[in-house]
Design a protein. Structure first.
Length: 376
């Protein structure tokens, strides 16, 4: 691997060349926020059980029910009902007015936008996989590696390899991954692929993005690179889709395999949050070499602010990436991705930010043939 000028802290990072998309604001620690810090696991459990019990769907369908009506619908005992309503109103999930309960507008919007299944798939993933592994955050930070992986039985140092030995968790994971990706498809739809005819989808999961792109671009041929442990998920989804003639799965380890060359586009979706910055440069360099001149590289994942102060979603998600999926990784800032792109030889890049409840963002970089000589 090249010796690379990748700064690994916010303090020592080079200033971003592109303007930050965020206005700095840091929260004040109130008594309620302190309670959330001390018992955030309980806050998550209130969210989790409310989803499992169908509380939000009930109250979006039939707003302003009173306690007795909710109790009858959910079939809970009096004390259980008191606990659930105390928790969900105090957390701002429900509003109580004149003894009647309504779902808070943001959750109502998620349900009404057709994103409820997506949301509950994320909740299930947090419950079944993330919360376990994060118990090892302390050790993971001290040793700078993913100690939480020990919570998933099996061999291999990445979550993705171990999931294959835990079929129930693998189902939970890929259901979540599909939903999380679908939530980001509005971003994929905004990208002008400039008439690209061939696209490599690196670590393409269950083909959710490859198939969406094939549907959006009728001329596009997509090749998914996936490890043998997960490739069957992609192959099964492709086989069932109407685009199976234009999407294929190449079973390989993308770090060690030779990639097909001459691609018009390379996609890293929810991929460059898993690895160290140095590993990202390795992948981006391989992508640079695989791209045709003028080809585009697309990074789609959660982004953190260049200032290293949020958003909160990215910060909390980083605890998972520190503890579980692989030895290095976090929700990097836009500027850190751009630094990696420059180290891999890209010179032209632009940011496309989102404004939904997920912290998704996109960076599109274009390959311009570099002059002969070493990488910058
Ligand atoms: C976080 S998931 C993202 C899946 C998909 N891109 C999406 O956005 O839904 C990461 C994927 O990368 C795959 N992966 C991990 N290591 C890999 C490797 N060395 N080579 C190829 N794929 C890999 C995993 O199996 C997993 O499906």
């Amino acid at each position: 691997m090249n010796a690379l000028p990748i700064a690994d802290t916010f303090a020592s990072r080079e200033p971003a060349e592109l303007p930050s998309l965020h206005e700095a604001s840091q929260p004040t620690l109130t008594n309620d926020r302190l309670a959330l810090l001390l018992m955030g696991h309980a806050a998550f459990q209130y969210l989790h059980v409310s989803c499992e019990l169908g509380l939000f769907e009930l109250l979006v369908r039939r707003p302003a029910l009173d306690r007795a009506e909710i109790k009858r619908e959910l079939g809970l005992a009096d004390r259980a009902m008191d606990i659930l309503l105390l928790g969900t109103t105090s957390l701002g999930l429900l509003t109580k007015r004149d003894e009647r309960y309504t779902v808070t507008p943001l959750i109502t919007e998620i349900v009404e936008n057709g994103q409820w299944k997506h949301f509950t798939d994320v909740v299930a993933f947090e419950h079944e996989i993330v919360s376990e592994g994060q118990r090892d955050l302390l050790g993971s930070l001290r040793s700078n590696t993913n100690e939480g992986i020990r919570r998933i039985p099996g061999e291999g140092n990445s979550l993705y390899r171990r999931l294959a030995e835990n079929p129930r968790l693998q189902e939970v994971f890929y259901r979540y991954m599909r939903s999380w990706s679908e939530l980001a498809h509005e971003h994929l739809a905004k990208i002008n692929l400039g008439g690209a005819r061939t696209l490599l989808d690196c670590g393409g999961g269950d083909a959710v993005n490859a198939l969406a792109l094939a549907a959006m671009h009728p001329e596009l041929q997509v090749t998914i690179l996936e490890i043998p442990e997960a490739a069957p998920y992609a192959a099964a989804a492709v086989a069932e889709s109407p685009h199976s003639d234009r999407v294929s799965v190449h079973e390989c380890d993308m770090f060690t395999a030779d990639w097909p060359t001459g691609a018009d586009c390379v996609l890293f979706a929810h991929q460059l949050v898993i690895w160290t910055l140095e590993e990202n440069v390795t992948l981006l360099s391989k992508a640079y070499d695989a791209l045709a001149d003028g080809g585009q590289l697309v990074i789609l994942n959660s982004m953190s602010h260049d200032e290293g102060d949020g958003p909160l979603f990215a910060a909390l998600d980083s605890a998972y990436f520190a503890s579980m999926p692989a030895e290095g990784g976090m929700i990097y800032s836009w500027a850190q991705h751009e630094q990696c792109l420059r180290a891999a030889g890209f010179t032209e890049m632009r940011r496309v930010s989102g404004d939904g409840w997920t912290p998704h963002g996109v960076i599109v970089a274009t390959k311009r043939q570099r002059q002969a000589g070493p990488r910058p």
